[in-house]
Design a protein around this ligand. Structure first.
Ligand code: NAD
Length: 343
């Protein structure tokens, strides 16, 4: 393969504009050669915002882009219900895929995607972005390297007062519609359950409570979950789209200390038993490679993805188990994929 990967961007909405386009423009190995959106005005809008996309070909039908011969890989930034069908079609066309989270809304679809990528021998990376974030990576590295002794409890709360179709991408109502696999659990839960897994490893069982408080939406907008991890430890996850004032932090407790971080500008704090009252803070972190850089390197055989399809499927299993538990009212087993590398 040549030294440059030709990328097709499928879905030119908010995350394409905020993360993928700037991410690819900084890689040095990837060039966006084609755009696809069912709304031509979105392709025109991103071309205006990013002059480097001026010459990119435009498609309103993803199947035509996949068959065009203009790209080696695609990045799927469409609403959640498009992820599985578009990824399967792209793999069938022999294209590498960077797919936004959640990769799918069922484990059957996630498994089909993993198998399609294996069959086609292409890279399938899921955009579980916290794995490319220096603060989360440092937090998890500290927790797993013994800085707090044996981690036995993790706690995450992330709440705001509003839904993404109002604040993040105004008018993108699919975020709050079941038919498009919207809802808080697959939108934010998939990130935060994964962040907790970065600290504790795989979970065994979960008890969940999923609520729909906003009467005009038919998807989860408040979620509480209690995880039992394979290491014997526990975890509590609280998520909300209706929390006045909002809240957000991640904490890990171990046999010899505690880690804490907020989700805004506050640094990580490490408090270790026997080392004084004041926690150590980590205000300056080494920047890490972004998701697009890692994807490009994996395609070129210069590294491996931190979040392959198998990995996105594990994050999905952690969320689907919460929903199942809430539905049936008991603890449920989290689906495992034994034999896969624990990444
Ligand atoms: N990794 C993260 O942190 C993160 C953050 C935000 C959003 N996301 C994910 O990114 C995806 C997109 O989110 P967004 O905020 O950009 O949404 P958005 O609604 O702003 O953009 C989606 C775009 O896809 C287009 N589209 C819809 N159906 C299409 C189809 N069949 N083919 C081609 N284009 C189509 C829409 O016209 C729209 O422009 C979602 O899956 C979301 O969960 C991830």
């Amino acid at each position: 393969m040549a030294d440059t990967v030709r990328i097709g961007l499928v879905g030119c909405g908010k995350i394409a504009e905020a993360d993928h386009i700037p991410g690819y423009l900084g890689t040095g190995t990837c060039t966006i050669t084609a755009l696809c959106d069912i709304r031509p005005e979105r392709m025109e809008a991103v071309k205006r915002m990013f002059p480097a996309l001026q010459d990119a070909a435009c498609f309103t039908d993803s199947a035509q882009l996949f068959a065009s011969g203009l790209v080696d890989a695609v990045t799927v930034c469409t609403p959640n219900d498009c992820h599985a069908p578009q990824t399967l079609a792209a793999c069938a066309a022999g294209l590498h895929v960077l797919c936004e989270k959640p990769m799918a809304a069922s484990l059957a679809d996630a498994t089909a995607m993993v198998e399609a990528a294996r069959r086609a021998a292409v890279v399938l990376q899921i955009n579980q972005t916290l794995r490319y974030n220096a603060q989360y990576q440092t937090f998890a590295d500290l927790a797993r390297s013994g800085a707090i002794g044996e981690p036995f409890h993790v706690r995450c709360i992330r709440g705001g007062n509003g839904t993404p179709n109002v604040g993040w991408s105004p008018g993108a109502d699919w975020f709050v519609q079941k038919a498009h696999n919207g809802g808080l659990l697959l939108d934010i839960g998939i990130h935060m359950a994964d962040a907790m897994r970065m600290v504790m490893g795989d979970a065994d069982t979960v008890a969940g409570l999923v609520d729909t408080r906003l009467t005009h939406i038919d998807v989860p907008d408040n979620v509480s979950a209690l995880y039992r991890y394979r290491n014997g430890g526990t975890g509590v996850l609280e998520l909300s789209w209706t929390m006045p004032g909002g809240a957000g932090y991640l904490e890990a407790y171990g046999t010899a200390g505690r880690l804490r971080m907020g989700f805004t500008a506050q640094p990580i704090e490490l408090w270790q038993e026997g080392k004084g009252d004041q926690p150590v803070s980590f205000p300056e972190l080494q920047p890490r490679d972004n998701s697009q850089t890692v994807f490009g390197a994996a395609i070129l055989g210069r590294g491996r993805s931190l979040t392959p399809g198998e990995y996105g499927r594990r994050a999905l299993a952690l969320c689907l188990a919460v929903e199942a538990s809430s539905r049936i009212g008991t603890f449920v087993k989290v689906e495992h994929f034994d034999g896969e590398e624990d990444i």
